[in-house]
Design a protein around this ligand. Structure first.
Ligand SMILES: [Zn+2]
Length: 68
């Protein structure tokens, strides 16, 4: 019985690691493009807040006094 060494060692090619858009750390594959679940949540909540921050065009100057 000859013990053969398996040449099929999994070699992962080094992709260009994108830094986490939240903190700039190298991103983790499972949380891509973020480095962690925390940063992903942070970014998402920030994005949600941003979408809610749409200024409401309220014309306060058009208040007509109805007392004649
Ligand atoms: Zn991060």
């Amino acid at each position: 019985m000859a013990s053969s060494t398996k040449p099929g060692a999994k070699v992962e090619p080094l992709r260009k690691a994108r830094p986490c858009p939240e903190c700039g750390k190298p991103s983790a594959r499972e949380h891509y493009p973020f480095c962690s679940d925390r940063c992903r949540t942070l970014d998402l909540s920030r994005w949600l807040k941003g979408s809610y921050a749409i200024p409401v065009a309220e014309d306060q100057s058009k208040a007509d006094p109805l007392d004649e």
